[in-house]
Structure formats: structure tokens, C-alpha cells
Design a protein. Structure first.
Length: 529
């Protein structure tokens, strides 16, 4: 190690002594000091004078003895200094440094500040050693085991992921602190309560295109919250999330969340697909909006054969008409909209977060980020452990990043085989049985990380299809009306018709009519008198 060994020993001993002076302490830094001592190798005879080896060995032994003391142990400064005098042998400067750290009288606040600074300094040493180890291992693999590196991009991503926890700049605010309020500064407290008021008034809420879902969410998605949409395979995860995205653009007006921080930024809705081509997403967007505008009879769906029969001029004209229509409608309220298709094999959660930073650098304020869907990304750089640990950690990292940026993050997630077994067993009210059971593919603890869960499932009655929707966990102030936690939406030719700002089309039961209609309850639910 490159650090000054004697200085490290001085810091270790001073830290343990000062911590023993802190009243009411329930822990100390003995584990940290042991880790530091483990890095310190005894000097070899040929590397210096014989007493140099004795000094280092003696001070290490004293520090280890201090690590083994009880938390309430009280040191006698005279006795400790005598032991250190013997350990230091003829090195007067070293003993003087130790005496300065131990013999001086300090106030309680000074003791705490000294302990914090010493801990931070020792942690930096461990961090530096770990960085050196990671880089050396990566270098060895690159230079001598090149054949083991199948994909260079993946190799670099893994290296970056390993180094990520150690990239904090000590001169800057700790990036792990998502938000902070000091109650001695009334302006900070006022800012938090203003955000509470904004949320309750709908200022940071993004309405969906369906009234039943908006009641379920007490208004809509919250900026800064992470939402997971759980469903079995082929149960409209992409359609539901894309419909939500379109609805946010159509039924919300942007406002700058923090004008004092991000003045005159362009409000942005961002959607990235790791599965479906943009062509499919845009075709669906076109059909849904045309249907909402009452122009369903004008929708023209072109097949490959149709395009082959068209001249190039006709193709260009058709594409231009669709493009202008979709672009104008999505931007009608002032949002900028970006949709992208990304190969998930070449991305990680870090790339997703970096994309947000790039967009901010381009002058955007991001209101919503929708990923279709997050679990398709490799969990490179995430914590490893028992099954699901890496997936849970990825959700946690993305949530923490988006929360700090006040970005509403939404992603679908496939449900597990345990949930599918419920369908095989003929379980009634399927989605209503899901909350709290952790039926997510690849990880049962995702619900511990996200702010909001929405479960969806397609059910068919009398040849008609319905989407059943159940809200699970939701981090929100107050209690949502229990009857609003479940709703049913009926499919039409072009998906789920939007009803925000119009007659409510949501239902209480599969097969029943809209809420408040005379046929709200289906005929087969009535029991004979």
C-alpha cells in the first residue's frame, strides 16, 4: 500500500481513543480499524532499520488491543501514552503525533468532528485499496487472459459497475443522499411542505387516460416515484404502459418543478423500448389517438403487401401524414416526446441513468421515463447474492436516481410461474389476489423497492375482453378508498378507449356496464330471488 503506515496507525489509535470519550455511544470503529491493520504489513528487515519493524509491530498490537476493549471502556491517558511511548521507541516525532491526538482536551462537538474526519480518512484508504485491486484484476485479465473476454463492451461495463460505488468525490455532496432537510433552516422546511402541497393539489401528478386508473392512483403517477406494472406474458403490459404514456402527453400540462434550479427547461416525456420496434409503438399510438379523436373510421393500417403496391411518392405521403398527426397530438400541451429502441444486451441501468443526464444536459426537464421493460437489462454492476438480489438492487438503484431527479419512472414486469399456477388452478379474481405476495419473475422482493404496483390481467366473458386492474403497494399520504383499488376496462378494436375528461367507461366487474349505468352489474352476477 502507498499510504504512510505510521500516519495510519496514529489515526487508528486516535480514533478509537476519541470514540471512547463520546457519551452514549453504542458502537465504535473497531471493525474499520481491523480492516486498516490488515492492510499494514510488517516491514522487512532489509527495508529499513530493525527498530522500524518493532515500532510498526508494537503500534499494531496496541491498536488491536484497543479494538478488543468493551464499548464502555475508559482509557487513562497517562497509561495509554506510556504504552505508546514504549511502542514508538526512539521515534520522538511519531510519539508527539500520538500525544497530540490523545492528550489534548476537546469539547464534545470537537470530539465528534474529529472522529468523523478520522473515519472518513480511513474509509478513503480502504476505498483506494479496493480501486487498485479492481483495476489490477481487470488489467491482468485484459493482458494475460484476453481469451476469457468474449465481449469487450460487456467487459468495460462490468469494470465500470465494480468501480461505481467508489466514485464519490469527497469535496462534493454525498450522492447517496437523495434529499435532505435541516430544521434549523426554515427555508428548507418550507420547500418540503410546498412539495407536499403541490402533490396534494396535483402539481406533480401525471394523469393517465383512464378515470378508473386515476381514482386508483389518487390522481395519477407521482413524479419521483417508481411504478411497476405486473402481468403475465401476453397480457397487455406494453399496450397498457404505452397507453399511459400517450395519455400523459394528452391530458397533462407541463410545469417547471423547480424554477429556481431548472429555469426555462423543455418538459420531456421519454420512453425506451428494449423489445418492440418503434414502428409498432408509433402505429399503436396513431390508432389510439385517432380513435380518441373520433376518427376510427379513418384509420388506415397498411400491410407489407399494401406498401409494395404503392409508389414511392404514395408511401412518402402516407408516412408524412401519420408522422405529422402523431407528432402534433403528442406535443399539443407543450411536452417534448422522445421514443427510443435500444438493444438491452448493450445497455445496463447505468446507461439508462446516463441517458437521463444527457437529456438534462440538452436542456430537458424529464417528467416521465418509461422503460419497456427494465428486467430485460443485464444486472451488471448490481449487488450479487441469492436469487433475485441483483434484480432487486437494480430496481433500488434506478428508483434512487429517478427520485432525486423528480422523474416518474414506469416499467412493466412479468409475473412468476407461481402466479401462472393460480390461473391453472382456476383462481377467481386473479389480480385481486396478487398484492403483497411478491409474484414477480426473477425476484420476489421487488415490491420492497418500488413506490407503486399496478397488476393487470385480461379476462374474457361472452366473447368480449376486459382488462382487470388492481393496485398494490403505493407510497402516498392518506388512505385510498378501498373500492377504487380495483377497476375493469373494456377492450375495443383499437385497445382501451380513453375516457379522461369524458363519460366514465370504467367498470366494477368483468362483463358489467360502466360505473353508474343501469347494467353496472352483469346479469350473471344477480342471484335469483
Amino acid at each position: 500500500m502507498n499510504a504512510n503506515v505510521k500516519l495510519l496507525l496514529v489515526k487508528c489509535i486516535t480514533l478509537l481513543y476519541r470514540e471512547s470519550q463520546m457519551t452514549g455511544s453504542h458502537e465504535n470503529s473497531s471493525a474499520l480499524v481491523r480492516s486498516i491493520l490488515g492492510l499494514i504489513k510488517d516491514p522487512q528487515v532489509q527495508m529499513g532499520l530493525d527498530n522500524e519493524r518493532d515500532i510498526v509491530t508494537g503500534l499494531k498490537k496496541t491498536a488491536l488491543t484497543m479494538c478488543e476493549q468493551a464499548l464502555d471502556h475508559e482509557y487513562e491517558p497517562v497509561e495509554l501514552l506510556q504504552q505508546l511511548k514504549v511502542d514508538c521507541n526512539t521515534d520522538e516525532a511519531l510519539f508527539s503525533s500520538l500525544a497530540d491526538g490523545i492528550d489534548k482536551e476537546l469539547s464534545d462537538n470537537k470530539i465528534k468532528r474529529t472522529a468523523v474526519n478520522l473515519r472518513r480518512s480511513l474509509h478513503d484508504v480502504l476505498k483506494e485499496e479496493k480501486i487498485i485491486e479492481i483495476v489490477n484484476n481487470a488489467s491482468t485479465k485484459l493482458r494475460f487472459k484476453r481469451g476469457e473476454i468474449v465481449n469487450m463492451n460487456q467487459y468495460v461495463a462490468e469494470l465500470v459497475g465494480e468501480l461505481e460505488p467508489y466514485q464519490m468525490d469527497n469535496d462534493k455532496r454525498d450522492p447517496a443522499i437523495v434529499s435532505s432537510v435541516n430544521f434549523a433552516h426554515i427555508d428548507e422546511v418550507v420547500k418540503v411542505f410546498k412539495e407536499v402541497q403541490r402533490a396534494e393539489e396535483g402539481g406533480s401528478v401525471l394523469k393517465t387516460p383512464w378515470q378508473g386508473i386515476n381514482r386508483m392512483l389518487r390522481g395519477g403517477y407521482r413524479r419521483g416515484q417508481e411504478t411497476v406494472i405486473g402481468a403475465l406474458q401476453h397480457n397487455f403490459k406494453t399496450g397498457f404502459s404505452l397507453g399511459t404514456f400517450i395519455g400523459v402527453a394528452l391530458f397533462n400540462e407541463p410545469e417547471t418543478a423547480f424554477p429556481e434550479i431548472v429555469p426555462s427547461r423543455k418538459p420531456l416525456l421519454y420512453r425506451v423500448s428494449f423489445e418492440d420496434d418503434l414502428e409498432l409503438n408509433l402505429q399503436y399510438t396513431y390508432e389510439v389517438i385517432m380513435n380518441y379523436d373520433g376518427r376510427a373510421d379513418e384509420i388506415v393500417v397498411k400491410t407489407k403487401e399494401d406498401f409494395k403496391a404503392m409508389t414511392q411518392e404514395e408511401k412518402d405521403e402516407f408516412v408524412m401524414i401519420m408522422s405529422k398527426f402523431v407528432a402534433e397530438r403528442l406535443r399539443v400541451n407543450g411536452f417534448e416526446v422522445i421514443m427510443e429502441r435500444v438493444n438491452p444486451s448493450d445497455w445496463t441501468y447505468r446507461h439508462l441513468c446516463n441517458r437521463m443526464l444527457e437529456l438534462e444536459a440538452d436542456g430537458y426537464e424529464i417528467y416521465m421515463c418509461m422503460a419497456d421493460y427494465l428486467p430485460m437489462l443485464p444486472t451488471t454492476g448490481c449487488a450479487q447474492g441469492p436469487t433475485g438480489t441483483d434484480m432487486q438492487d437494480m430496481y433500488r438503484r434506478v428508483r434512487n436516481f429517478m427520485s432525486a431527479k423528480k422523474i416518474a419512472f414506469v416499467t412493466p414486469h412479468q409475473l412468476s410461474t407461481d402466479a401462472k399456477q393460480m390461473i391453472r388452478d382456476g383462481k377467481a379474481d386473479f389480480v385481486q389476489e396478487l398484492p403483497g405476495k411478491g409474484y414477480y419473475r426473477g425476484c420476489k422482493q421487488i415490491d420492497q423497492e418500488v413506490d407503486l404496483e399496478i397488476y393487470i390481467h385480461i379476462e374474457k366473458v361472452n366473447g368480449e375482453s376486459y382488462l382487470t386492474c388492481q393496485r398494490g403497494k403505493h407510497r402516498i399520504i392518506g388512505q385510498t378508498n378501498p373500492k377504487d383499488l380495483y377497476t375493469v376496462l373494456k377492450f375495443e378494436k383499437y385497445g382501451l378507449p380513453f375516457d379522461e375528461g369524458r363519460k366514465d367507461l370504467s367498470r366494477r366487474t368483468v362483463g358489467g356496464g360502466p360505473v353508474g349505468s343501469k347494467d353496472e352489474k352483469p346479469f350473471f352476477d344477480f342471484s335469483p330471488v
